[in-house]
Design a protein around this ligand. Structure first.
Ligand code: GDP
Ligand code: GDP
Length: 442
């Protein structure tokens, strides 16, 4: 049975000013990974990967803009809680010991309790455990379990809080490991045709939509059998927010995308042929790239545009330019409406998910590297020349290689890219990113 390597998602929910951003920063610290060659990735911390002990999880801040009245606060907290319940494996409900228990907290706690999601109640601003502990107990009244006191500013109680959060991971992981089906996330901006695609795939193949037992996300997972093979499609379309604030919509789109992408091996990025490829598409694509997923760019509504013999080449060029950080991605032109080239989509999903999990023997890798080095001399600086000693593949999903060199500083991005290209020339690895870790060996 294939082991799944998906990172759990933890969402933080709480009123304005309880300290969500402060907690986020305390946890993410310098760990936040910003992929340099991914343009358009939101730099504001909507999400970050957190490493603690031997665990990694993705932390999501569901809170956005500061509302100005009490009514708005409650409705916004409800929204936050909904997003968290839809996307997260564990929810951190953050409250503020200084403000004490307020009505909105109780209402949100009721919602969270009904969702049956694991919730860790965290009481912030407990700057002195001695002084404020009595006030912490008040939060037992929320009826969602033990309150965990922390001080985000002083980094107190963070370890205990993380222990409570990560305790919930094992169960989740064990469930997912049982699953051998290819998981495909359908992502893209609103109205590109995500729901239409899923409906068409379902309709065309007259297949069963089933509740997937044991998961809490049945609503967005669609099981489709094609040619006797089972796939799980993870949809980000379901959510239709009435929210008027543009930044909020963008945040929700990103949160949903991160959550769907994290749970998948293959990402289908949908682009609207009528609108062309946009910066928003690049932002969404960046999430798949950053997370090392196999990616298929699907240009939808191909039926709707006027074409001549050059249209497809022009479109291809534009897509490749805008998404230049993922040259490995496969590209398909489809119509969810007519069903054009949808069989090809399944074929491509199979290919890219195989490549995503492909392992190459160390001997062959070293032959390729030796040949590459012989063909193009490694760079040198101040009289010192880069030497590449050894390469080995250390992981799959995505394929990850370690190259041992004499001096890391000399291993420029362009030479790593050159080695990557040589490996791709031999093995293809179509549709999947490759990762390279450079290590020094003296
Ligand atoms: P958010 O609106 O929930 O993201 O809250 P912020 O992280 O922006 O924090 C709101 C205010 O609470 C800021 O002035 C923080 O400095 C303060 N704050 C956050 N954590 C603590 C804490 O542990 N102790 C104290 N005393 N203040 C804190
Ligand atoms: P979603 O928000 O990404 O789920 O997008 P929908 O599936 O709701 O589609 C948005 C709109 O685009 C609807 O009016 C669809 O009928 C239309 N649409 C979706 N796919 C196609 C397509 O392949 N061709 C054409 N012409 N229209 C499409």
């Amino acid at each position: 049975m294939a082991k799944r390597k998906t990172k759990p998602i933890v969402a933080v929910v709480g009123r304005p000013n309880v300290g969500k951003s402060t907690l986020f920063n305390a946890l993410a610290g310098e760990n936040i990974s910003i992929v340099k060659d991914t343009p358009g990735i939101t730099r504001d911390r909507i999400y970050a990967d957190i490493h603690w002990l031997d665990m990694t999880f993705t932390l999501i801040d569901t809170g956005g803009i500061e509302p100005d009245s009490k009514d708005v606060i409650l409705s916004q907290m409800r929204e936050q809680a909904e997003i968290a319940m839809e996307t997260a494996d564990v929810i951190i409900f953050l409250v503020d010991v200084k403000q004490g228990l307020v009505d909105a907290d109780s209402k949100v706690a009721d919602m969270l309790r009904r969702s049956h999601k694991p919730v860790v109640l965290v009481v912030n601003k407990v700057d002195s455990f001695q002084k404020y502990m009595a006030d912490v107990y008040e939060f037992y009244n929320l009826g969602i379990g033990d309150p965990h006191p922390i001080s985000a500013v002083n980094r107190l109680g963070i370890g205990d809080m993380l222990e409570a959060v990560t305790e919930y991971f094992d169960k989740e992981q064990a469930e997912e490991e049982e699953d051998d089906r290819t998981r495909v996330a359908i992502v893209g901006k609103p109205n590109v045709g995500k729901s239409s695609l899923i409906n068409k795939l379902l309709g065309e193949n007259r297949l069963i939509v089933s509740d997937i037992a044991g998961t809490t996300r049945d609503a967005v997972d669609t099981e489709i059998t094609y040619n006797g093979k089972e796939y799980v499609f993870i949809d980000t379309a379901g959510l239709r927010r009435k929210n008027k604030i543009k930044e909020e919509l963008e945040r929700y789109m990103i949160v949903r995308t991160v959550s769907a992408v994290e749970r998948a091996e293959v990402v289908v990025l949908m682009i609207d042929a009528e609108e062309g490829v946009t910066e928003q598409d690049a932002k969404i694509a960046g999430i798949a790239h950053e997370r090392g997923k196999a990616t298929i760019i699907v240009v939808n509504k191909w039926d709707a545009i006027e074409k001549d013999d050059k249209t497809i080449y022009k479109f291809t060029e534009k897509v490749r330019n805008t998404l230049s950080f993922m040259p490995y991605a496969e590209l398909l032109f489809v119509s969810a409406k007519t069903g054009q080239r949808l069989p090809k989509l399944f074929e491509t999903i199979d290919i890219v998910s195989e490549n995503h999990a492909m392992r190459v023997a160390t001997g062959v890798l070293n032959e390729i590297m030796a040949e590459a080095v012989a063909m193009q001399q490694p760079p040198s600086d101040k009289g010192k020349r880069l030497r590449l000693y050894y390469i080995t593949q250390v992981a799959v999903k995505p394929p990850t290689f370690v190259i041992f060199v004499n001096d890391k500083e000399l291993m420029h991005f362009s030479y790593t890219r050159y080695i990557e290209n040589q490996i791709r020339e031999t093995f293809g690895f179509k549709g999947t990113p490759l990762r390279f870790i450079i290590r020094e060996r003296k």
